[in-house]
Design a protein around this ligand. Structure first.
Ligand code: PEP
Ligand code: MG
Length: 595
């Protein structure tokens, strides 16, 4: 999953300024600071010529602004060109210009330095302004300064238009002025991400008006990203991921596909229960990686969080997260109004993600290496920090605890033993928890299916992770394109494995959920109904369509379909049969499959 040469992954959270998801290469746009030099002027004659140089740059900037305003009016939407008016006003108003000239005269400094001083003076004034909107208008002063500085430097206006961007880039900047954005060829700009800004900043306004995903207010972004870095901009949740690992990249590609797929058409099913025509009810959960995805999960009809992948709490930092860091994250998920439960999965990574030293040597085959529960059982102190936080969270709302990669009974017993130790410590410290927190086992290693009857005695529920279960059962690296054609959820072996887990779980009296991608695949929905899974947890964006299919099916016909399919011998036959069946049954809802 994490190739040796993978660059470090960072996740930054900002403000989702323009919705939508995009993945692509970063392009780091110029920064104001790089343009500022400092020198003193030795006599009055030089001061005079410096003022002249400055005034020429101002005149040039005004000309540019008028040109840009013209261009912007073609984009549509009145806001961007209104912003240009504000900029032209600042130039014409004189205060900014006069202040800069005064600094040159009084202090014998070059124009660039004088501009910097004027900007600082304005910053002091704006910092004191209470009104948020007005305070942010300081950005306008900065844009003007930046523009004059560029013209002073004699640099040509560098625009994305002039760059060979190939298939498009994500523009990274401290901030972007409308003048910057007006230069861009929008078909080459996939998204924006900036250090500063809020929902009303210019980048946000322009991004919304041209419908390009944007996240602003990321603070340290420009210091962490380099041109050509791979990145994801999720403008819906306000999350940016730099150098995402292949797994998360794949998940976001899927989210993107779902977003593109006529969401409004299905959204009317989002808030309805997932109940079949003959009254069989399935619980629907949402899979999330970040708390910021909760609003999307709710709007799309998640009844609970069926899988909170907690990995990113660890990845995104130099230091290990503290118990309070964990708690802060979980508290934003658990007990949220509208969510009946939240299943928090303990982390599912290899140790290389948090120990950069040689404590853990690089593994040849990390997917099958010292990761997930195996790693936790080795690094108990680190594991306990997460368990304490999850237990503390459980006091505030229905929380379920899920252990990944369990391959046999020893692992779950050991995990529970450690959990009980942590419970006792918390009780001793009189910290309230939910004493009956449900414990779940992810069924994603084939051996866990085989000994599921034993595992069922140790757990309150199962959750089938088909992504890994398929990978391990069929021996296909789930991120290796060359064997991707073999990745088949409808493989008879996979169906038999799932059936076995559900049957064993039910005869032991525990519910069985599914939280792998298969749970959100509409082609598989009736098969999963036939298998009688109790909960399906999926990308939030997949929920409305799956609900529609469930509400349009009966358990009876789903079981008949399953019986038929279980009698077929190959995955090719099953795939063809199920797809044909589903296309006939739901002609408008099953996408064309491009193999
Ligand atoms: C799975 O393996 O199906 C699963 C849900 O976990 P992840 O995709 O995070 O490995
Ligand atoms: Mg998994």
């Amino acid at each position: 999953m994490y190739p040796e040469d993978a660059k470090k992954t960072f996740v930054l959270k900002g403000i989702g300024a323009s919705p939508g998801i995009v993945t692509g290469k970063a392009y780091l746009y110029d920064r104001l600071d790089s343009l500022i030099s400092f020198y003193t002027l030795s006599d009055m004659a030089l001061v005079e010529s410096e003022i002249k140089r400055f005034q020429n740059a101002v005149a040039k900037s005004e000309k540019e602004l008028l040109e840009v305003k013209d261009k912007l009016s073609n984009i549509g939407g009145i806001e961007p060109s209104y912003i240009m008016d504000v900029h032209i006003m600042i130039l014409n108003d004189g205060a900014f210009i006069n202040s800069t000239i005064q600094f040159i005269k009084d202090m014998y400094v070059n124009a660039e330095w004088a501009i910097r001083m004027t900007v600082d003076k304005y910053r002091d004034i704006f910092d004191k302004v209470e009104d948020d909107y007005l305070r942010k208008r300081f950005n306008d002063i900065q844009y003007i300064a930046q523009m004059i500085l560029r013209n002073l430097s004699g640099k040509k206006r560098r625009s994305v238009e002039e760059l060979e961007l190939g298939k498009g880039v994500i523009i990274i900047a401290q901030d972007l002025s409308p003048a910057d954005t007006a230069q861009m060829k929008f078909d080459q700009v996939l998204g924006f991400a900036t250090d500063v800004g809020g929902k009303t900043s210019h980048t946000a306004i322009v991004a919304r008006s041209i419908e390009i995903p944007a996240v602003v207010g990321l603070k340290t972004l420009t210091r962490m990203v380099h041109t050509n870095d791979e990145m994801i901009v999720d403008g819906t949740s306000g999350v940016v991921i730099i150098n995402p690992d292949p797994d998360i990249l794949r998940r976001y590609e899927e989210k993107r596909r779902l977003e593109r797929e006529g969401k409004t058409e299905y959204l009317k099913y989002a808030q309805l229960p997932a109940v079949t025509l003959d009254n069989y009810r399935v619980e629907i959960g949402g899979n999330i990686e970040f708390c910021e995805e909760i609003p999307t999960a709710l709007t799309n009809g998640a009844e609970g969080i069926g899988l909170f992948r907690t990995e990113y709490i660890y990845i995104n930092r130099e230091e290990l997260p503290s118990e309070e860091d964990h708690l802060a994250s979980y508290r934003r998920v658990v007990g949220v109004e509208g969510l009946a439960w939240s299943t928090i999965r303990t982390f599912d990574l290899g140790g290389d993600k948090f120990f950069s030293d040689s404590k853990l040597s690089k593994e040849m085959n990390p997917q099958m290496g010292l990761r997930a529960i195996r790693f936790c059982l080795r690094e108990v102190d680190l594991f306990k920090v997460q368990l304490r936080a999850i237990l503390r969270t459980s006091f505030f709302g229905k929380t379920k605890l899920l252990f990944p990669m369990i391959s046999g009974i020893e692992e779950i017993r050991e995990a529970k033993r450690i959990l009980n130790e942590v419970k006792k410590e918390l009780e001793g410290a009189k910290i309230p928890i939910d004493d009956d927190i449900e414990i779940g086992i992810m069924i994603e290693v084939p051996s866990a299916v085989i000994v599921a009857d034993e595992l069922a005695k140790e757990a309150d529920f199962f959750s089938i992770g088909t992504n890994d279960l398929i990978q391990y059962a069929l021996a296909i690296d789930r991120i290796n394109d060359r064997v991707n054609y073999l990745y088949e959820p409808l493989h008879p072996a996979v169906l038999r494995l799932i059936k076995q887990v559900v049957d064993v779980g039910h005869s032991a009296g525990i519910p069985v959920a599914m939280c792998g991608e298969m749970a959100g695949d509409p082609v598989c929905t009736m098969i999963l109904l036939g298998l009688e899974l109790d909960e399906l947890s999926m990308h939030p964006l997949a929920i409305p369509k799956v609900k529609k299919i469930i509400r349009g099916s009966t358990l009876k016909e789903s079981k008949e379909l399953l019986t038929k399919v279980m009698s077929l011998r190959s995955s090719v036959e099953i795939r063809a049969y199920v797809e044909a069946f589903m296309k006939e049954r739901f002609p408008h809802d099953i996408p064309e499959i491009d193999q």
